[in-house]
Write a protein that binds this ligand. Structure first.
Ligand code: NAD
Length: 481
């Protein structure tokens, strides 16, 4: 059994009633029916959380503790998280329809692994920058940035909250999380664990709210940094707001990643690899490889191999481990993806599998038909815009140079992949791609390496020691020795 009703928000370390009276309905993407509700945070709740975070940062020992002392409650949080991983997984399946096979891998245990990786990173981190060879007598310290506002999306809710919360806390910041309204239960379950881990008063707040609460956090003069994951559209708006008041900001945004299939690739294995890399979480993944670039000479064979893979996809109840594709998170998202399928058809692309309408056997719920588009040109909207659903575009290329040009001809630059029998050559192609992450014969983010994108896919990086650096300022103390 999972908890589906909350009456309070977690503000500054205690459970408090919202200043507003509205609630966020929590609906099952599988049935469309409401099964829970949580408070909708309003501006006054954000103000209370920021005031508590400010007091903890400016007036308590927290930011000045030795990092070994500071990580104690984070370590307790990890221990508690591990005991509640299954519950977390079930919550995410219920609230956002993440297919069980993916949710079990990523939505709970993946987040726990990320939390652990930051604790490890803290142990080996250079908290004091080693002196230079110039022997100037200057000491360079690293200090927490201050109060952090973390604004997160619904698709991988814990995988986007933890890489902000954990490094910020380890760095000595105080944090206010504003979780997405489509996935609020996992955030409040995390708040229960944080409560049990006993952080000092004011250090953590978890709010469930919509764009208005996010706006308030972004504009609040008491917030020193906004760490945002979400769409490029909202990210651009947040960057402008932060720019206006010169607040720090990091952005993890959308993508339209290219999978480049080389002449020598085994097409059956590639199609199997893309089943994961393109369709994970029902295609609701920022790193989804949603454009497949394949040589003209192998175009028909590639489309055939992908069509076979698509025809085998089981679509249905995300709770059933046998279903590879679940519903989309909301009716709005279902309509958006269906619209893109219509746009693709109108643009002249051919839906080889799937197409308009609901999948057979799904009378209710926010399902779409997994759709494989052939005859796609990179100038089409379906190849340029992020669809965020189980929709794949196959684009032919003349030679490898052409493939690299097409891959880079995108407003985004988050991820990409190369599929080949010659890994070393795949690595050479990867060097030419203007994206933050590239996989060779697969795509699996490594928790220790920087995660993030070029161009409209974001600014800054999360994960590992570089992710931790994002919550620290440098201070040079001259004449220290
Ligand atoms: P979204 O941009 O609509 O919303 C993200 C968050 O911002 C939510 O909490 C939302 O309530 C809040 N928000 C919306 N408008 C706001 C405003 N004006 N000011 C402040 N906050 C505001 O994105 P979404 O639909 O929740 O998530 C899907 C998007 O997230 C996709 O584009 C996806 O690629 C991206 N994403 C990126 C990564 C990454 O690491 N690069 C990871 C996961 C998801």
């Amino acid at each position: 059994m999972i908890r589906t009703e909350y009456d309070q928000l977690f503000i500054g370390g205690s459970w408090e009633v919202s200043a507003g009276s509205e609630r966020i309905p929590v609906c099952s993407p599988h049935t469309g029916r409401q099964f829970g509700a949580v408070p909708l945070a309003v501006a006054a709740d954000v103000d209370r959380a920021v005031a508590a975070a400010r007091r903890a940062f400016d007036g308590s020992d927290w930011p000045r503790l030795d990092h070994q002392q500071r990580i104690e409650p984070v370590r307790r949080l990890l221990d508690i998280y591990r005991t509640r991983v299954t519950e977390m997984t079930e919550v995410v399946i219920a609230e956002m329809g993440s297919p069980r096979w993916f949710a079990e891998m990523a939505q709970g245990s993946g987040a726990a692994a990320l939390l652990e990786s930051f604790l490890d990173a803290a142990d080996s981190f250079d908290w004091i920058v080693p002196p230079t060879a110039h022997n100037t007598g200057t000491s360079v310290r690293r200090e927490p940035i201050g109060v952090v506002g973390a604004i997160t999306p619904w698709n991988v809710p814990q995988l986007t909250i933890i890489p902000k919360l954990a490094p910020a806390l380890i760095a000595g910041c105080t944090v206010i999380v504003k979780a997405a309204p489509e996935a609020p239960l996992d955030a409040l379950l995390l708040a229960e664990m944080i409560d049990e881990a006993r952080f000092p008063p004011g250090v953590v707040s978890i709010l469930t709210g919509g764009p208005a609460a996010g706006e308030r956090l972004v504009q609040h003069p008491g917030v020193d940094k906004i760490a945002f994951t979400g769409s490029s559209e909202v990210g651009g708006h947040i960057a402008a707001e932060c720019g206006a008041r010169l607040a720090r900001c990091s952005l993890e945004l959308g993508g339209k990643s290219a999978a480049i299939v080389l002449e020598d690739a085994d097409l059956e294995r590639t199609a199997l690899g893309l089943k994961f890399a393109s369709l994970l979480n029902s295609g609701q993944a920022c790193v989804a490889q949603s454009r497949v670039l394949t040589p003209e000479s192998r175009y028909v064979d590639t489309v055939d191999a992908l069509a076979e893979m698509f025809s085998d996809l089981s679509v249905g109840d995300p709770d059933d481990a046998g279903n590879y594709i679940g519903p989309l998170v909301s009716e709005r998202q279902q309509q958006r993806v269906m619209e893109y399928i219509d746009i693709g058809i109108a643009e002249g692309a051919e839906p080889v599998v799937g197409g308009a309408g609901r999948p057979d056997g799904t009378a209710a719920g926010w399902y779409v038909r997994p759709t494989l588009f052939a005859d796609v040109e990179n100038s089409m909207r379906i190849a340029r815009e992020e669809i965020f659903g189980p929709v794949l575009c196959v684009i032919p290329y003349r030679d490898e140079r052409d493939a690299i040009e097409i891959a880079n001809d995108s407003p985004f630059g988050l991820a990409g992949s190369v599929w080949t029998a010659d890994r070393a050559h795949g690595r050479e192609i990867a060097d030419h791609l203007r994206t933050g992450m590239v996989g060779i014969n697969g795509f699996g983010p490594d928790l220790w390496s920087p995660f993030g994108g070029y161009k409209q896919s974001g600014i800054g990086r999360e994960y590992g020691p570089i992710g931790l650096s994002g919550y620290l300022e440098y201070k040079s103390i001259y004449g220290a020795s």
